[in-house]
Design a protein around this ligand. Structure first.
Ligand SMILES: [Zn+2]
Length: 81
């Protein structure tokens, strides 16, 4: 069983949501931000379904849905029989 996010309006489009990243900062002696040391970032937490996912097509809030299989776009076929 896997989980996928679906738009309630059936858009089948991308979503925007939060990912947590880490970045090297230049700081003063108190740790206050002065600037970013470089443009590189490291993902510390990937997006998860507990956050708000907004459909990029219609703006609706996505709804997590349990689906069979491993979450690929080729779900296991159920053969009647
Ligand atoms: Zn949508």
């Amino acid at each position: 069983m896997a989980t996928k996010m679906v738009c309630p309006n059936g858009c089948n489009a991308y979503f925007s949501t939060i990912a947590h990243i880490a970045q090297d900062w230049i700081v003063d002696a108190f740790g206050n931000f002065v600037g970013s040391a470089n443009d590189s970032t490291v993902v510390t937490h990937n997006p998860h379904f507990g956050n708000l996912w907004t459909c990029m097509k219609c703006g609706a809030e996505g709804q997590p849905k349990d689906i069979p299989g491993d979450g690929s776009d080729n779900p296991t076929e159920i053969i009647a029989g």
